[in-house]
Design a protein around this ligand. Structure first.
Ligand SMILES: Nc1ncnc2c1ncn2[C@@H]1O[C@H](COP(=O)(O)OP(=O)(O)OP(=O)(O)O)[C@@H](O)[C@H]1O
Length: 235
């Protein structure tokens, strides 16, 4: 049996905005296994980002349980959640959030300077195929290259979990393929558990497992017996 890195049990999340209550998650059960790639699919508003944020300690559940290994995130203090995020989780978002006045190397170094067992920035950038772009500023890089700098920044601290919310959402197919290849390489070489939210159903086949969301619940879960490479994805 594969070890479970992160588990969510009967997780609900409600947002109260004035008089209106939105139930973003209505009882989600999900367990991410060591070194797996999971794809989270589902219509807009079905709760994918809400769950990802809770798994990453950026937000807290209204009810239910969330565990990172044997560490209970639901009963963690803000301080404990901050340490959890810093030591164990890397985030990649649709928009890269790089600092424009810093080079690729410096953007990654910002994180490695405060991490406990980091890679060298050049090592992380090399893993995403950007060894020859260390001194480039974000404005001198394509969207796909900027996203790969953001991925290098996320993995340089050697996180156990890499949580990606629409990492290819702003990219065309050719650059999207390079970004997905970088993610799969990290999974294969570092054994990082990766969850990827996407609207592109074609991406589902690159994962070990696929979770389909509907109305704040996981409506379906499948294991891919046959995985395809990012280059084989139809966009
Ligand atoms: N901070 C918030 N305050 C109020 N409502 C929120 C908040 N965040 C999310 N919601 C609501 O919760 C529901 C689930 O949102 P969520 O972003 O998790 O969906 P999603 O599946 O990731 O959608 P998308 O694919 O469009 O990103 C939506 O109805 C959304 O409007």
């Amino acid at each position: 049996m594969a070890e479970i890195v992160l588990s969510a049990r009967n997780v609900t999340k409600s947002y109260q905005t004035g008089e209106v209550e939105v139930k973003a998650l209505a009882g989600v059960d999900l367990a991410l296994q060591e070194a797996e790639v999971a794809v989270l699919l589902g219509p807009s508003g079905s709760g994918k980002s809400t769950l990802l944020n809770i798994m990453g300690g950026l937000d807290t559940a209204t009810s239910g349980e969330v565990f990172f290994r044997d560490h209970d995130l639901t009963h963690s203090s803000e301080r404990q959640l901050t340490r959890y995020r810093r030591d164990h989780v890397g985030f990649v978002f649709q928009f890269y959030n790089l600092i424009p006045s810093l080079t690729a190397w410096e953007n990654v170094a910002l994180v490695t300077e405060i991490s406990r067992h980091p890679m060298k920035p050049e090592e992380a950038l090399s893993m995403v195929g950007l060894k020859s772009r260390l001194d480039h500023f974000p404005a001198q890089l394509s969207g796909g290259e900027q996203q790969r700098v953001a991925i290098a920044r996320a993995i340089a601290k050697r996180p156990d979990l890499l949580l990606c919310d629409e990492p290819t959402g702003a990219l065309d197919s050719k650059t999207g393929v390079l970004v997905l290849e970088a993610l799969l390489r990290i999974n294969a070489e570092l054994g990082t558990t990766i969850a990827i939210i996407t609207h592109n159903a074609g991406i589902r086949q690159i994962a070990h497992r696929v979770f389909s969301f509907r109305d704040g619940r996981i409506a379906d879960q499948t294991v891919n017996d046959h995985r395809i490479t990012p280059a084989e994805v139809s966009w």
